[in-house]
Design a protein around this ligand. Structure first.
Ligand SMILES: [Zn+2]
Length: 161
């Protein structure tokens, strides 16, 4: 079996803007996040849109309970209007680690194992910030099934203007 990890990834300027606006609106004290939508042809991932947390999301300093019903509705709307698929999610880590936590990975594995969601792999953008810079950082990760295990890889990305 070929590894699925794509060679490259792009985030649209619109998706990056949505992430930054949501973080600005919700603040840096508690986690916030949303879904990522776009196109994945196995060699290349393009994230065209980033969603917001939704009204039922629960936002803590170290946890973020996603509003799954909201995300599923949003995913259906985005797919109907642009053809973009639900690829994964982004969220803010207020305390700085730029990789998915064990709790995050458990959530992603649950999504990968849910046959109704039909994920082949799950994309994760972790947003961090530092007092030294006015801009937030976005680290992109992909979790995929390899044989009986799951492999997490970091993806380089650039902005698709
Ligand atoms: Zn997290």
């Amino acid at each position: 079996m070929q590894p699925l990890t794509p060679a490259s990834a792009q985030l649209s300027a619109k998706a990056v803007r949505s992430i930054k606006c949501t973080v600005e609106r919700d603040g840096l004290d508690r986690e916030t996040g949303g879904a990522l939508f776009g196109f994945d042809d196995e060699a290349h991932i393009v994230v065209s849109e980033a969603g917001d947390p939704g009204p039922q999301a629960v936002r803590g300093r170290r946890f973020f309970m996603r509003d799954l019903a909201y995300t599923r509705t949003l995913a259906a709307e985005v797919y109907a209007s642009t053809g973009a698929q639900w690829l994964g999610e982004w969220h803010l880590h207020p305390e700085g680690l730029n990789e998915p936590s064990l709790v995050d990975l458990r959530t992603y594995i649950g999504h990968l194992r849910d046959p109704e969601l039909r994920f082949v792999r799950f994309l994760s953008a972790i947003v961090t910030w530092s007092a030294r810079s006015p801009e937030v950082d976005i680290s992109l990760w992909v979790l995929e099934r390899q044989h009986q295990a799951f492999a997490l890889s970091r993806l380089d990305w650039n902005v698709d203007e």
